[in-house]
Design a binder for this molecule. Structure first.
Ligand code: SF4
Length: 69
């Protein structure tokens, strides 16, 4: 039986509800995170290739709503 293996270089990033708009993630990794008036979003054209910085931003989130898969 053939098995396929997917190698994913870029981490998947998403944000769960609960952002308190502290802007920490955007300051650390503006290529990926954009803070709006009410919440934070992952930019549609986000370049998450710098996985270490993405994870650093996730760890800096005070309410731990940034998920990195
Ligand atoms: S670090 Fe967390 S709480 Fe702060 S703006 Fe980003 S997602 Fe929101």
């Amino acid at each position: 039986m053939a098995m396929s293996v997917t190698v994913r270089k870029k981490p998947k990033v998403w944000i769960e509800p609960g952002c308190i708009v502290c802007r920490a993630c955007e300051q650390i990794c503006p290529e990926v995170f954009e803070v709006t008036e009410e919440t934070c979003i992952v930019r549609p054209d986000a370049d998450a290739s710098d996985a270490d910085t993405v994870r650093e931003a996730a760890q800096a989130c005070p309410v731990e709503v940034i998920r990195v898969g």
